[in-house]
Design a protein around this ligand. Structure first.
Ligand SMILES: [Fe+2]
Length: 181
């Protein structure tokens, strides 16, 4: 069982202590699912590392995120995933599933295999978030038996939230929803 203090985070990580706790809960949930699904060591490690590193630049400043990604257009909140994936690649991380999970974890991707889908669900379903706690705990418990159905429901809930908040949907999110609905 990981906790926030035992996580191996990249040297360039910029996260608050609250964020570190969130990361620890995401990793713990991914490890729980990996055990329940009897994943082999390679895939369990991929899930773990995707969870551990996905928010490594979540608290980095706008200049760092825009310079790292070369992206001046996207909303700032969408850049920490791509920025972390770029830095990990520069550090020599070779696993495509880990990199793509992290790169797209905020907006989603229709091209994901299980690693990206698991991270996307864990990020949303981890128990520390204060909204819809009973519904999210129920969904988290269903993941081992109904991985695809829960993923679809999480995509739906995240799309609904974005629309309700009046925010724009990323094209990747629209494509993902159309691929699972
Ligand atoms: Fe996260």
């Amino acid at each position: 069982m990981s906790d926030a203090s035992s996580l191996r985070l990249p040297a360039w990580t910029e996260v608050s202590s609250k964020r570190r706790e969130h990361i620890g809960r995401v990793v713990a949930l991914l490890q729980h699912w990996a055990g329940a699904l009897l994943l082999d060591e390679r895939e369990a490690r991929a899930w773990h590392d995707a969870g551990a590193w996905h928010d490594a630049l979540r608290d980095a400043d706008e200049r760092t995120l825009r310079e790292t990604t070369g992206n001046e257009e996207r909303p700032l909140g969408m850049l920490h995933g791509p920025a972390a994936a770029i830095k990990l690649e520069q550090d020599g991380e070779p696993r495509r599933d880990v990199l793509e999970a992290i790169r797209w974890h905020t907006v989603g991707s229709a091209n994901w295999g299980r690693t990206g889908r698991a991270l996307y669900m864990a990020d949303f379903l981890e128990p520390g978030r204060q909204f819809m706690q009973a519904d999210r705990a129920f969904l988290a418990a269903q993941v081992p038996a109904a991985f695809d159905a829960v993923f679809r429901q999480v995509v739906r809930m995240r799309v609904e939230w974005v629309v309700r908040e009046g925010k724009g949907l990323a094209m990747e999110t629209v494509t993902l929803w159309n691929s699972v609905r």
